[in-house]
Design a protein around this ligand. Structure first.
Ligand code: MTE
Length: 302
């Protein structure tokens, strides 16, 4: 996992976009060593580097339905969300439940840079240089009890600040969930920054989930509650349409969405007419995560 730098992230290490772009070659070289060789399909023929998208793409082309359903709505409207003060309620099957202030969570965290491909279920993708910390480090801190099997997450729902909540597009608040082993996986992070800057509201400030081998909708934004439980959590998209959005939602080019193919993806920021790439099984993270699903029929448990 060469793309992961685990050192403490300090101000002087902040990498701006220009330096990221000039580092392309190095990043490309590292990604080529990621071990895509075990994957089936044409994508394995040409392992490619992860070139982060321009900051403007990342903050201007978003899904955050609490602020509207078009890609430009979040950038236009999300500034109305107040993110200070912020706390996250951590409850359920944990030893130390409570309301944890964001400063307190961040003070105990080791912030890392993670450059991940972000694959939306709508068949587009970009590459985002996140700053964040492992979800497992937070869960270890609060003490997961032995009966817990799943983690449920909830986004803030503030109608006065979130105009999209007036429309019953989803059963609000936005909710998501992971199996405990997925939540504890070292690739799973809570992000509080992008390109070394504080994460903006449209991207899920002040704290959002990133699970790089799953479709982007699992990456729930502006989290206010994390609950450890023994039952599979309610998730908003699965509730909205069970046939289209499974609980697992692992990126899988062999399982089409009922209304479109998942074999390829449109690369955001690749010029006026865009370009497409083959979608990788588990979004290219199969070496790290395939074992979590050993023995499962991924066409049935999608
Ligand atoms: N979280 C909340 N609360 N509301 C949303 O509408 N959209 C999801 C996910 N998290 C969404 C959300 C979807 S569909 C995607 S693809 C990603 O956020 C988009 O993240 P980005 O805007 O930072 O690229």
């Amino acid at each position: 996992m060469q793309l992961i730098r685990t050192q403490k992230f300090r101000d002087r290490d902040v990498t701006d976009e220009a330096i990221y772009l000039s580092r392309r070659q190095i990043i490309g070289g590292a990604a080529a060593g990621l071990g895509l060789a075990g994957l089936a399909g044409p994508a394995q023929a040409a392992p490619e580097g992860l070139e982060p998208n321009a900051y403007e793409d990342i903050i201007g082309y978003n899904n955050y339905y609490e602020f509207g359903t078009s890609k430009s709505d979040p950038a236009k409207h999300a500034h109305s969300l107040t993110t200070k003060p912020w706390s996250v309620k951590i409850d359920g099957m944990v030893d130390r439940p409570g309301d944890y202030g964001l400063e307190d969570i961040l003070a105990a965290a080791t912030i890392e840079e993670r450059i991940y491909r972000h694959r939306c279920v709508e068949a587009w993708s970009m590459v985002i240089p996140w700053n964040g910390f492992t979800l497992s480090s937070l869960l270890d801190r609060v003490g997961v009890q032995s009966g817990a099997k799943y983690v449920a997450f909830e986004t803030i729902a503030r109608p006065e600040e979130m105009p999209g909540l007036r429309f019953p597009v989803l059963n609000w608040p936005y909710r998501e969930g992971l199996r405990l082993d997925e939540a504890m996986h070292p690739l799973t992070i809570l992000a509080n920054g992008i390109y070394g800057k504080d994460i903006l509201n449209q991207n899920g400030a002040p704290l959002r989930l990133v699970v790089p081998w799953k479709y982007g909708f699992k990456g729930i934004k502006s989290i206010v509650r994390i609950t450890l439980q023994d039952k599979e959590p309610f998730t908003s998209w699965n509730d909205a349409n069970r046939r289209e959005y499974g609980f697992y939602s692992n990126v899988n080019p062999q399982v089409d969405h009922p209304r479109w193919s998942q074999e390829t993806e449109r690369v955001i920021g690749a010029g006026l007419f865009g370009s497409r790439r083959q979608t990788d099984m588990f979004n290219g993270y199969g070496d790290e995560v395939a074992s979590l699903y050993a023995g499962m029929d991924l066409k049935k448990q999608f």
